[in-house]
Design a protein around this ligand. Structure first.
Ligand code: SF4
Length: 96
């Protein structure tokens, strides 16, 4: 339980550094209920919470590159390999 309490404290601290517009996604990400939200939060944090920078990411070798959000006109799931299957989500947090 000490770890859970410590984690909750760390999450609360970190959330204060997240822009308000991205906090709901961050909470979804750290809940462990959505890989999609986790990837989105990770990418946004990687580029100082700038959506356009995620879209324009040039880190081709990054493991998250194929899954990053905000790719215009493309899907996050590679239909050839099936990678990313299971990342789709319905319900709260599924939009964007
Ligand atoms: S794909 Fe790009 S934005 Fe996302 S974590 Fe990797 S380097 Fe950062």
């Amino acid at each position: 339980m000490a770890d859970a309490h410590k984690r909750a404290e760390k999450i609360a601290e970190r959330e204060q550094q997240v822009p308000k517009v991205h906090r709901a996604n961050y909470r979804e990400a750290v809940s462990g209920r959505s890989r999609r939200a986790a990837i989105k939060a990770f990418c946004l944090e990687c580029v100082c919470w700038q959506k356009e920078e995620v879209r324009l990411c040039t880190a081709l070798a990054c493991p998250l590159y194929p899954y990053r959000p905000y790719q215009s006109g493309s899907k996050q799931v590679d239909n050839r390999t099936g990678l990313g299957a299971g990342l789709k989500k319905s319900g709260p947090g599924a939009s964007e």
